[in-house]
Design a protein around this ligand. Structure first.
Ligand code: RM4
Ligand code: MN
Ligand code: MN
Length: 431
């Protein structure tokens, strides 16, 4: 297949040239440090090189915040341009080869052509995301009373049909999962019968589940609150795992990091879901107060590390069905989304690499002998380790940039697009 990569290998090679010696020096020093700790850096590098995380098509724009959209020159205006931007990210960081599309935002008339277009950009498609949280022009039934859980049968059926349509699109795109996130819930005590709303959820999702092709998964995404502020139908991992268990083996839970109350022990949720074979995947982002879509690792990189620590443990002792789908889910308002997603991909890969350098034997011994301080130190020592030379070297070996942000800025990509793409209109935000 003919490829049309936005950033050429030659450009990346030239950008890397002056940085390679320093990278090798840092990698060598870290390798010696890790060897003293009984860790083989080459093995860690191979594991990091095998790690990938999907990009959200909607993350390529800067329109996802709650209050306003601030258009910027060169922003992508459709899925084709979003794919180009995702390709830039992938060319530079080499761990984001898949894009997770969102419908109807990414509707096109020819999905086979879209799949080829993505392939020519070095990309493929990840989980499809349905959207029944906003009304679309010409839509027969409003989602004002909810979608899959509305008391209005018409709205429910329309939402089910939309999810099945997303599965059918996903088949053409080569996806093998659908992520279902619902805004359904209530704003007033008494507004909704909490039990009947969940019954309707189970009934509607069972119909979507029945349309899943054999090798597909359905990822149920919970969210504590917003846009419903009193109750959300699928508000936490408890409701999520109950639904996934009732639906069957192809249904698993998706953990969006931002969809929890501040200070929630998300790593423990990860461990619980894995224990029962229901850890389906992640939406990586961060959150401080209420915004669920800040850049990954921007607020709490330690939590990200602790989550990866659970994932590494899970990988060493996998339960049936352990194959989490890793995706980024962020909204950008004040940064160039390409830069934010490059920085997030780096933060995610670093959290993984840090979890890989935990001395597991020391941790286990300390846990078994109730040596609290040494158990804590086993994690702390790994968290303190600057693993960036490993992440950078794995990336460079795959054709990526030593310094992704410097290379991106030097590429002049956004300025070039500013001259080519239609200007975006200001507007309001979405969830
Ligand atoms: C939601 C949720 C979904 C995402 C939308 C755009 O809060 O995180 O995963 O599809 O936002
Ligand atoms: Mn999400
Ligand atoms: Mn969200």
């Amino acid at each position: 297949m003919e490829t049309k990569l936005p950033i050429t290998p030659d450009f990346i090679r030239d950008a890397n040239a002056p940085r390679l010696d320093a990278l090798e020096e840092d990698f060598g020093a870290l390798g010696r440090q890790l060897r003293r700790r009984g860790i083989d850096i080459e093995k860690i590098e191979r594991q990091v090189a095998a790690f990938t995380v999907a990009l959200p098509s909607w993350g390529a724009g800067r329109g996802g915040t709650r209050f306003a959209k601030f258009p910027f020159r060169g922003a992508p205006t459709n899925i084709h341009e979003k794919l180009q931007d995702c390709s830039v990210i992938q060319q530079l960081c080499r761990i984001t080869p898949r894009v997770s599309p969102h419908f109807p935002w990414d509707f096109v008339s020819d999905y086979r052509a879209l799949r080829q277009e993505a392939a020519a950009l070095g990309l493929s498609f990840d989980a499809v995301n349905s959207n029944t949280f906003q009304d679309q022009p010409g839509q027969r039934h409003s989602y004002a009373t909810g979608s899959l859980t509305s008391t209005d049968r018409g709205a429910r059926e329309q939402a089910i049909a939309h999810n099945i349509e997303c599965i059918n699109i996903g088949k053409e795109l080569g996806s093998s999962a659908i992520t279902v996130w619902l805004a359904d819930g209530s704003n007033f005590p008494g507004q909704q019968d909490l039990t009947r709303a969940f019954d309707r959820y189970l009934e509607a999702t069972a119909q979507i589940y029945a349309a899943l092709p054999g090798n597909w998964r359905m990822l149920l995404e919970h969210k504590l609150f917003e846009p419903a502020f009193y109750s959300t139908v699928l508000q936490d991992w408890g409701s999520s795992i109950l639904a996934a268990q009732q639906l069957g083996p192809k249904a698993q839970c998706l953990v969006d990091l931002g969809h929890h109350a501040p200070n929630t022990n998300i790593e423990q949720i990860v461990s619980r879901l894995h224990r029962f074979g229901k850890l389906g995947g992640f939406h990586f982002n961060d959150s401080k107060y209420g915004d669920d879509d800040l850049d990954s690792g921007a607020i709490n990189p330690h939590q990200l590390f602790l989550i990866f620590n659970e994932l590494v443990e899970a990988g060493l002792n996998p339960r049936p069905g352990f194959d989490p789908a890793y995706m980024i889910d962020q909204s950008h308002n004040v940064t160039d989304p390409i830069e934010s997603m490059l920085s997030s991909a780096e933060a995610i890969a670093s959290a993984y690499a840090k979890a890989l350098v935990v001395d597991r034997a020391a941790l286990r011994d300390a846990q078994e002998s109730n040596d609290v301080m040494m158990a804590f130190q086993a994690l702390r020592q790994a968290y303190r380790t600057d693993v960036s030379p490993i992440v950078a070297r794995a990336r460079v070996a795959a054709g990526g940039a030593v310094d992704v942000l410097a290379a991106y800025r030097a590429s002049g990509w956004r300025q070039e697009m500013a001259g080519k793409r239609k200007p975006m209109a200001p507007g309001t935000g979405i969830v």
